[in-house]
Design a protein around this ligand. Structure first.
Ligand SMILES: [Zn+2]
Length: 147
């Protein structure tokens, strides 16, 4: 059974939507929801990422999504590879910095973001912060029983 810990959103004045799980497990794709065990769907989300010290970046990414739990799941390694690829030419010194996936944008706001990949202050105003960031611990494969 997956164990859950949570951090409450500190963005009190923001619009909130969705729960988020940054999946640290390379070999676990979460085709089933770790919370309710339903089959997850594959969906695109424009993710708003804040990279230290102060860089807002929007990554339109395919994620796993549980409709019932309103939970977005995406692999940490995939995010980091995409960030590294995006910044390799324009801003390589930022690669490896701490970052937080803060929330999502509406598809329409994402499409209208303009050439600069979104003006940071506009993105912060338009974005939906996650309701909560969840962590699930996955038991290693082995001799387990469901009983
Ligand atoms: Zn679920």
């Amino acid at each position: 059974m997956a164990k859950k810990t949570q951090r409450k959103s500190t963005f009190k004045d923001k619009k909130i939507r969705h729960y988020f799980f940054l999946n640290p497990y390379e070999d676990c794709a979460f085709t089933k929801c770790p919370q309710c065990n339903a089959k997850t769907k594959v969906r695109n989300f424009p993710l708003v990422i804040n990279i230290e010290p102060q860089k807002i970046f929007i990554l339109n990414k395919t994620c796993k999504y549980c409709v019932d739990c309103d939970l977005i799941i995406t692999k940490q390694t995939e995010i980091e590879q995409l960030l590294a690829a995006a910044f390799l030419k324009i801003n390589p010194e930022i690669i490896g910095n701490d970052y937080v996936v803060m929330g999502t944008l509406d598809e329409e706001d994402w499409r209208n973001r303009g050439k600069d990949n979104g003006n940071p202050s506009r993105v912060l105003k338009e974005m939906y912060v996650f309701k909560d960031w969840l962590d699930f611990e996955v038991a290693p494969a082995g001799w387990y029983s469901d009983q």
